[in-house]
Design a protein around this ligand. Structure first.
Ligand code: ADP
Ligand code: MG
Length: 619
């Protein structure tokens, strides 16, 4: 039987572990004899992709083509990129997701694709260790990861060809590795200081289930900050020839030297370095642990407040145990600091580098042992299910990655006066336009009683059962008219197609959104042209010739804009038409209300339904 694996997909380092036949969780050697795979991906101009330590070594010479700390960009948009990251990497501007320009500017990749490269290597190493492909996997994520970040992580797993059984919170994984779940009840703090991020979580265990009571931390605090302060000192005191403005390559070289010295000082009292840097520079330094601790103290102290506030948020005065996670917690100063903060000695029997991966392996193994039942209940919908709207855009009804069984209902209305049928086109996929998704079914709800546009209420319900079978029901609420069909969403859609579609939707996200707006505004423009045409036919006498001419002129502008592809122009012309027809609309309203009320009492109208038309008359 294929063995399940646990993966710690870290900002700085990634690991893979499994539970061996003698029931012991073990990490697998992945890179240059070590269990740690540096989360570094190098894209060479010739198209080759390198992952791990060899990729990281390229960073000083080729910073733009070497992607480090990609986890920070998972599930994020270009607006989330920090200035310091812009100084190192090259980004494609615009768009909905972060895109990095690599391979000498010839390729642009999303964080999901970069992470998938890392996962592919871990998968391959596990396969080599097992002598066959691994089974399902559990991937860990920070407890604070939002839905987009979790989905991105899951997508990276799928892209790498992994069967992702579950995502697991990193602090929970650490607690599992320590077997804390074997205790009856307890509260724990997990202090995780990694390369680039600091996370603290307060967990409560009850009945074998961990609950995250509170989280805190700093997404830009970790060993990298230690390296920065140490590198600054080395550059100040050990660089020949001296310079106040080192190039990015020299900076990266000094940072790498700082990291080596600092890590060595976790075991030694004094270390020395003498290294050649790019561009003819040389760095020579001697550093004692005491000097290092003086440099690090201000950085380490930045972890105090997040710990205190997480504890406060959890409502606990103290915890039963403290777990250390992350390579940077090997620093003796950090351990002393944690001990003082929580008033107790932290658990440290397990290697803080590997503890998360070991816990993930324990969970993967348990899910595997638990058989299919457990897993089936956690199955998710691979691609969103939606309905095509006017203009060909898709309204998603059930979102991708919803756990099944799932169901959702939305109300729709008619577009034209007197419309008696409604076409329901069921579409699957992440793209904005129906023509780019996969068409699953199309049927027409017939026999809607003729009503003015926008008055009919049609409720569409999508329900996916535990076997992944979709049932679509459409119901007109006034008459109770209903029609139901069954569709099997994933039928004939292979994993590779899902992947291709995911990649496509990521690649086209920006163009899709623009095109969606364009279509929506064209539909709105059509609606306005149509309704004014009928209004002119009925109520032409309410307009003076000059008013009519002014409106016609703006309508011509609107038609011109609708023929083009700038949705903002269409929107602007619609607003202009709206403004020009305001008086006309009011006169029509007066005329028709008078007509409608003839022979009725005023109070019969008191309960009339309100419309949502903008610029209403109720102010
Ligand atoms: P992440 O969770 O961000 O992937 P890790 O848990 O792998 O990160 O931690 C990486 C950090 O741990 C790096 O900053 C590295 O320098 C630091 N580290 C690794 N070994 C030691 C050590 N012996 N002493 C101090 N810091 C260390
Ligand atoms: Mg980590």
């Amino acid at each position: 039987m294929a063995r399940a694996i646990g993966i710690d997909l870290g900002t700085t380092n990634s690991l893979v572990a499994h539970v061996d036949p003698r029931n012991r969780p073990q990490v697998i050697t992945v890179d240059e004899g070590r269990p740690l795979l540096p989360s570094a991906v190098h894209y060479a101009a010739d198209g080759t992709v390198e992952v791990g330590a060899s990729a990281r070594r390229q960073a000083p010479q080729r910073p733009v083509d070497t992607v480090l700390s990609v986890k920070r960009f998972m599930g994020r948009g270009p607006g989330d990129i920090r200035a310091e990251d812009r100084g190192i990497s090259s980004f494609d501007e615009g768009g909905a997701v972060v895109k990095l320009r690599v391979a000498g500017g010839t390729r642009s990749v999303t964080p999901i694709e970069v992470s998938a490269e890392i996962l592919k290597v871990l998968k391959r190493r596990a396969a080599e260790a097992f002598g066959g492909p691994p089974g399902g996997c559990v991937i860990t994520v920070p407890a604070y990861f939002d839905d987009a970040q979790r989905q991105a992580t899951k997508d990276a797993g799928r892209l790498a060809g992994l069967e992702v059984l579950r995502l697991l919170n990193e602090p929970t994984a650490a607690a599992l590795a320590y077997g804390l779940d074997k205790q009856v009840t307890g509260t724990f703090a997990v202090y995780d200081l990694g390369g680039g991020t600091f996370d603290v979580s307060i967990l409560r265990l009850e009945g074998g289930v961990f609950e995250v009571l509170a989280t805190g931390g700093d997404t830009h605090l970790g060993g990298d900050d230690f390296d920065r302060v140490v590198a600054a000192r080395l550059l100040r005191e050990g660089l020949t020839p001296p310079t106040a403005t080192p190039s990015p390559a020299v900076l990266r070289g000094a940072t790498a030297a700082a990291q080596r010295l600092r890590e060595a000082l976790s075991a030694e009292q004094v270390v020395e370095a003498d290294v050649e840097l790019p561009d003819g520079f040389r760095l020579a330094a001697r550093l004692t642990r005491q000097e290092l601790e003086a440099l690090l103290l201000p950085v380490v102290e930045r972890t105090s407040e997040p710990c205190r506030s997480a504890l406060r948020d959890s409502g606990l005065a103290r915890v039963d145990g403290v777990v250390l996670v992350g390579g940077a917690t090997r620093t003796p100063l950090v351990r002393r600091h944690v001990q003082a903060l929580f008033g107790q000695e932290p658990l440290s029997d397990l290697d803080p580098d590997t503890v998360v991966a070991l816990g993930a392996a324990v969970q993967a193994d348990a899910l595997d042992q638990g058989g299919r039942e457990d897993v089936l209940l956690l199955d998710v919908i691979p691609l969103s299910l939606g309905v095509e709207m006017m203009g060909g855009v898709v309204e998603k009804i059930i979102l991708r990655n919803s756990t099944i069984p799932a169901s959702a209902t939305q109300q729709f209305t008619t577009y034209a006066d007197g419309q008696t049928g409604m076409v329901i086109h069921v579409v699957q996929g992440e793209r904005e336009l129906a023509r780019d998704g996969r068409s699953l079914a199309r049927f027409t709800l017939k026999g809607i009683p003729p009503m003015p546009a926008g008055v009919a209420r049609v409720e569409i319900t999508y329900a996916v059962d535990a076997d992944g079978i979709l049932q679509v029901a459409a119901k007109e609420l006034a008459t109770g008219l209903e029609q139901t069909i069954q569709v099997k969403p994933t039928y004939g859609l292979g994993e590779d197609q899902i992947e291709a579609m995911l990649i496509e939707s990521i690649e086209h996200a920006e163009a899709d959104v623009t095109e969606r707006f364009l279509r929506e505004w064209r539909v709105e423009g059509d609606r306005i042209l149509g309704s004014l045409e009928s209004a002119f036919a009925v109520d032409a006498e309410l307009l003076k010739a000059t008013e009519r001419a002014a409106i016609e002129q703006r309508l011509a502008g609107l038609k011109r804009a609708m023929a083009g592809d700038d949705y903002l122009a269409i929107k602007a012309w619609i607003e202009s038409v709206d403004a020009a027809t305001q008086a006309f609309a009011e006169r029509r309203m007066d005329k028709h209300i008078k007509k409608a009320m003839a022979g009725h009492r005023v109070d019969e109208f008191a309960q009339a339904p309100r419309t949502t038309r903008e610029g209403g008359d109720e102010e």
